[in-house]
Ligand binder design. Structure first.
Ligand code: FAD
Ligand code: DLZ
Ligand code: SF4
Length: 509
């Protein structure tokens, strides 16, 4: 009796639940490249290459361990183009009596698997995705109210739950959070180390040809392609991060620099999200580096917080809020996504770099996403669904469970404060403090209005004025609202007018 074990493109871990009790004598693993998954947004070309190549490598690894893998290629003429269609065909091919799958990472795929089960009448067992540090039961207990408690409390509970960076009941170093030690500017002459890139092997080169031929108009550069596509490569990239950047990760977590897309970030998110690395192994290893005295606590804690805290927390928010989470629009944002998000052609130097990095690498680091592209979308009032679709398309690590809460909740506050205690709105001064972009910009970061004024400045104040009904009462925004209140009416009018004509001009490009 054959059990068909479906492994999705972001479930490429040998320990994934669907494979736990596999019987290599009878069972078959199904991995399918389907046009439906390749087109639900217009993915960056490198994202497509990364997923397809990683899927092909994973299939080879399973085969090498004596497991029968039924691998469906995108250009197989019989490919139906959908996961449901491929499940139906594979069940027939192998006369399978049941299907086992690990719970998928988005509502859309969950719904399509449920619909397939209903319509096919075949037994489909969906297992908990045990690759996360917070179990389904823990999340159910924690996210049991309509408005989740803040990430910091979740993070502390996760520290207690896992024992990571704990000395008995107390956090290492006597504090839970070293965030305030993580905001240093990069010294002017700071050397940023080069990061490990993996040369494409024949499998990846074949996928590069496939993707360039099938998706020629998708966003982004396809080469140079330097992502790891198997576990060995991902482990090498992780080791490289530990050796060259982990000790500086904490200090410079919020820093940005022109020409340095990775700064000291780990660049591991695609590997974690696709399953080439597990959250548990990277956190344990980083903790061990700290305990061995090789990296400072603010680096280890800062890194572990991103994974044990933020990554697990946003997943909790995504599933607890339901499939309609992305439909809210708390601030009534209605500006269309400016075209420069797709080609980086803007004279705002910071955005030119952040979007340029994105197009070149299918990557930009967190502060670029939050304080540059995200903050601009917030201040300009870009339509939530358009900006969410952009983030889902352009990053190699973008899977909806992690992309949507970060975009909809953290970056643009479209959920009205479910995830963030205040909008991450920042004027040019903050960007100038944390980067070297402003000195190469055609705008003047010190100017608030006028032809040379930095757009982040007048957009910031216009944003606060436009949304004062909702935001004025927020104690964390009391200071800027006090500043605004002291301005003459004429000054406020001028700012609003400049913001309006700037956005009108963008819409007409
Ligand atoms: P590092 O800075 O080295 O952090 C280490 C790891 O922590 C990351 O690999 C990641 O797994 C995790 N992490 C860090 N911050 C977050 C966070 N806020 N939420 C979840 N995990 C986090 N991350 C994605 O994985 N996929 C996305 O689609 C995604 N979309 C985002 C959209 C916006 C608007 C914003 C503001 C953030 C988004 N993030 C997303 C979170 C974060 O920006 C990326 O995880 C990070 O930039 C990946 O680079 P890194 O591996 O070098 O991270
Ligand atoms: C991202 C992605 C892409 C591009 N292609 C496939 C695919 O062809 N087949 C597949 O099984 N998975 C793919 N994936 C990952 C899925 O989109 C992912 O499993 C869902 O977003 C649910 O987490
Ligand atoms: Fe960005 Fe304004 Fe600085 Fe230019 S002046 S780089 S637009 S923050």
């Amino acid at each position: 009796m054959t059990t068909l074990r479906l492994v999705l493109g972001d479930q490429l871990s040998s320990g994934v639940a669907a494979l736990a009790d596999i019987d290599p004598r009878t069972d078959v693993v199904l991995i399918a490249e389907v046009i439906e998954e390749a087109t639900y947004v217009r993915h960056h070309k490198q994202k497509l290459v990364f997923f397809f190549s990683a899927m092909r490598h994973f299939a080879r690894e399973l085969s090498a361990h004596g497991i029968t893998v039924d691998y469906v290629h995108l250009d197989d003429p019989a490919n139906t183009g959908s996961l449901a269609g491929e499940l139906t065909r594979a069940v027939k091919r192998h006369a399978a009596h049941r299907v086992v799958v690990t719970a998928p990472g988005e509502w859309r795929v969950l719904h399509l698997l449920e619909a397939w089960k209903e319509q096919s009448g075949i037994s489909l067992e969906m297992r908990e995705d045990s690759r996360f540090l917070a179990s389904d039961a823990f999340r159910a207990r924690w996210f049991n109210s309509p408005k989740p408690r803040r990430m910091e409390f979740f993070y502390r509970d996760m520290r207690r739950e896992t024992g990571l960076l704990m000395n008995g009941d107390a956090p290492c170093g006597g504090r839970w959070n070293f965030d305030t030690d993580n905001r240093k500017r990069l010294p002017r002459d700071a050397a940023i180390p080069a990061r490990l890139r993996i040369e494409p092997d024949p499998v990846t080169r074949e996928v590069i040809d496939l993707v360039s031929g099938t998706f020629p108009d998708n966003v982004g550069a396809i080469v140079p392609f330097g992502w790891a596509v198997d576990r060995a490569g991902a482990l090498a990239a992780f080791e490289d991060f530990i050796q060259v950047s982990l000790r500086s990760f904490g200090d410079y977590q919020d820093a940005m620099k022109a020409g340095a897309p990775f700064v000291h970030h780990s660049v591991l998110s695609p590997y974690l999200n696709a399953g080439l690395l597990t959250a548990s192994e990277v956190c344990r290893r980083v903790e061990a580096e700290y305990r061995a005295g090789r990296v400072p606590l603010n680096a280890a804690e800062g890194f572990i917080r991103q994974i044990l805290g933020w990554r697990e927390y946003v997943r909790g928010v995504y599933w607890a809020q339901g499939p309609r989470y992305g439909e809210s629009n708390a601030l009534g944002a209605d500006t269309p996504l400016p075209w420069f998000y797709w080609d980086a052609k803007t004279d705002m130097n910071c955005l030119h770099h952040a979007i340029g990095d994105t197009l070149r690498h299918a990557y930009s680091h967190h502060i670029q996403r939050l304080i540059l592209t995200g903050n601009f979308a917030l201040l300009a009032g870009i339509k939530p669904m358009e900006i969410a679709e952009w983030y889902l398309a352009v990053y190699a690590d973008a899977i909806e469970w992690v992309e949507l809460p970060n975009t909809h909740g953290m970056a643009i506050y479209a959920d009205g404060g479910l995830l963030a205690s205040k909008p991450y709105a920042a004027s040019g001064a903050y960007i100038n403090r944390m980067s070297d972009f402003c000195k190469g910009c055609r705008y003047d970061v010190r100017e608030r209005s006028g032809p040379d004024a930095c757009p982040f400045n007048f957009l910031y104040w216009a944003f606060l004025l436009r949304n004062q009904k909702q935001l004025r009462g927020n104690p964390r925004l009391a200071m800027p609202y006090r500043t605004l209140a002291a301005w003459p009416l004429e000054e406020r009018r001028k700012i609003v007018e400049q913001a309006r004509s700037f956005l009108d001009a963008l819409a007409s490009v």
